[in-house]
Design a protein around this ligand. Sequence first.
Ligand SMILES: *[C@@H]1O[C@H](CO)[C@@H](O)[C@H](O)[C@H]1NC(C)=O
Ligand SMILES: *[C@@H]1O[C@H](CO)[C@@H](O)[C@H](O)[C@H]1NC(C)=O
Ligand SMILES: *[C@@H]1O[C@H](CO)[C@@H](O)[C@H](O)[C@H]1NC(C)=O
Ligand SMILES: *[C@@H]1O[C@H](CO)[C@@H](O)[C@H](O)[C@H]1NC(C)=O
Ligand SMILES: *[C@@H]1O[C@H](CO)[C@@H](O)[C@H](O)[C@H]1NC(C)=O
Ligand SMILES: *[C@@H]1O[C@H](CO)[C@@H](O)[C@H](O)[C@H]1NC(C)=O
Length: 419
Amino acid sequence: MAFLSSSSSKQSLSSSSSSRLFLLVTLLPLSLASFAFLLQWRGGINDLVTKWFTDNQPFPGIASSPNVSRVLESIPGVKVIHRTKELEEQQAKSRIWNETWLEKFFYKPCNHELFVKQNLNMEMAITMARDDGMDWILHLDTDELVHPSGTPEYSLRSLLRDVPEYVDSVIFTNYESTVERDDIKEPFSEVSMFKKNYEHLPREVYFSSYKEATRGNPNYFLTYANGKSAARIQDGLRPNGAHRWYNYNTIPNAIVLDEAAILHYTYSRFSDLTSRRNRCGCKTNKEDVKRCFMLEFDRAAFIIASSSTSEEMLQWYREKVVWTDDKLKLKLLRRGVLTRIYEPMVIIQELREAGVFTSVVNSAHMSISMNRNNNSSTSNITKESSQATTRKILEFNLDNESQAVPPQSPPILESTHNV
Ligand SMILES: *[C@@H]1O[C@H](CO)[C@@H](O)[C@H](O)[C@H]1NC(C)=O
Ligand SMILES: *[C@@H]1O[C@H](CO)[C@@H](O)[C@H](O)[C@H]1NC(C)=O
Ligand SMILES: *[C@@H]1O[C@H](CO)[C@@H](O)[C@H](O)[C@H]1NC(C)=O
Ligand SMILES: *[C@@H]1O[C@H](CO)[C@@H](O)[C@H](O)[C@H]1NC(C)=O
Ligand SMILES: *[C@@H]1O[C@H](CO)[C@@H](O)[C@H](O)[C@H]1NC(C)=O
Ligand SMILES: *[C@@H]1O[C@H](CO)[C@@H](O)[C@H](O)[C@H]1NC(C)=O
């Protein structure tokens, strides 16, 4: 979850400063946020950092270890909310339980339970963001990044600042990681190839590449394809599933913003197969798996991870997830179905070289009782920018918005006839 204050952010930067410093300074808030995510993947940030996070976590986001929490809490602008008994009791009293829009996800295991929790968390986050005077709220998972490539300074803040007043919510489409190795440890700094969302492809390219891009999997994307969205903080705002926001009082105006995309690093590590399995106590028969998971690929992955040897699992992972066929990659890269995105990788490497991660970990390590919620945050470092952009207005109730929007797969080949 990220809160963004888009209005209070102007700072002039001397044009004589070196471009490298400029990049680092401009990207620092974003990078610290991604560091927060990175921490959850542990892995080889460097020896010191790795040594400090030796415990195994069930899966990113479910519960940070005390060491991880301590580091996160020491980062200016980062607030960690612990899933305490009090929090659960408060969420048990949420009005969401009395509403019909989320009810079909209630009292079902695994991904459905997670989905309900996400909505309860989003609801609390709206209140907190409002109390803190935030302008926008965005819900992201720990395996996702925002990639504002269509903005002059790679700035989500400047993008949101330019959104017209009458717009209540913006939708970002998502791209999906396409890993080229089976031994990735730290996806944000090791993955550079992504599959574009069908929303960013000409229809004929999408359908003519469908089979090759899908590689025998149930869908063009392994997991969801319906993007994520950010909403303006205002009266009546409510979550509408993990992918959208809605309003109790009115029908909100939503637009699609093509200047940014969500990068979803899905199943980018082989160990994601087992960690996803471990979070669900499902049986492996078809009925049970269907109750546990919303998406076809998650179901297939769960069955493999629950019923195969590790050699078979690795074999399956290589077949379904890892891209090793250079000719196919080149072909799909040329068609624009696959694309290279280096920014997250470069940012993280630069920060690592500049010692930012080490010093954050060190300082958290040194002063356990570090000042929390300190105001000297880096969060208002951005430059002014403005650019008129073409935006298409969406009828917000395209999907039946009286119901929460679940993760959705992309259109399948058979639907050619309907579109
Ligand atoms: C937390 O960090 C300390 C070093 O400060 C280390 O000794 C300890 O093993 C770490 N705990 C876990 C669970 O990783
Ligand atoms: C939910 O509905 C019950 C029964 O109508 C009511 O007692 C309760 O106050 C409601 N809770 C909220 C948070 O609206
Ligand atoms: C930050 O500072 C402002 C004004 O100095 C104050 O009103 C606000 O409560 C502070 N916030 C936090 C989280 O300390
Ligand atoms: C905030 O942090 C700075 C240095 O990081 C410190 O000097 C200052 O006293 C802190 N302020 C509060 C209110 O904790
Ligand atoms: C943040 O913005 C406020 C108001 O524009 C300004 O007074 C303050 O100095 C800025 N802080 C930083 C760290 O840039
Ligand atoms: C929307 O969903 C509700 C609840 O499932 C249903 O009653 C209604 O008919 C749906 N409306 C449309 C237009 O599909």
